[in-house]
Design a protein around this ligand. Structure first.
Ligand code: HEC
Length: 103
């Protein structure tokens, strides 16, 4: 029975690693697609001052609320281009946003 915790270790560790990879993917997506207007990091300023820094988006609404908007086409205003994200892009972006929120 003593060996059990060790046997379980790989299964416990995998989701954490997967999460890190997802977050990194989300960060790369934000940097490539959103950073020319929004601050996408933890201390930077938005290049376009009317674009909310991503670390404060959670103050507008829970991050999860964005899932639908991103998948169906987020069109906030005429100033912001419309984005339609693939399902496998939404989850990483949300995980990344969640990881940088200043609450
Ligand atoms: C060309 C500039 C530009 C780009 C690129 C851009 N945005 Fe925006 N975004 C804006 C502006 C400007 C606003 C504020 C619009 C307003 O309040 O009318 C905004 C607002 C938002 C908001 C807040 C919506 C709300 O309810 O107030 C979210 C969330 C958002 N953008 C997400 C994104 C994501 C995700 C990306 C990348 C996939 C992105 N934006 C790329 C300009 C941009």
């Amino acid at each position: 029975m003593r060996a059990l915790p060790l046997l379980l270790l790989p299964f416990l560790a995998t989701p954490l690693l997967a999460n890190e990879a997802q977050i990194a993917k989300g960060q790369a997506f934000a940097e490539a697609n959103c950073a020319r207007c929004h601050a996408v990091g933890t201390t930077d300023h938005s290049p376009n001052p009317r674009s909310i820094p991503f670390r404060f988006v959670g103050r507008l609404y829970p991050i999860d609320y964005l899932a639908e908007a991103l998948a169906e086409g987020i069109a906030v205003s005429h100033e912001m281009p419309e984005f339609v994200l693939e399902a496998d892009q939404v989850e990483p972006l949300l995980l990344y946003l969640d990881s940088i929120q200043v609450r």
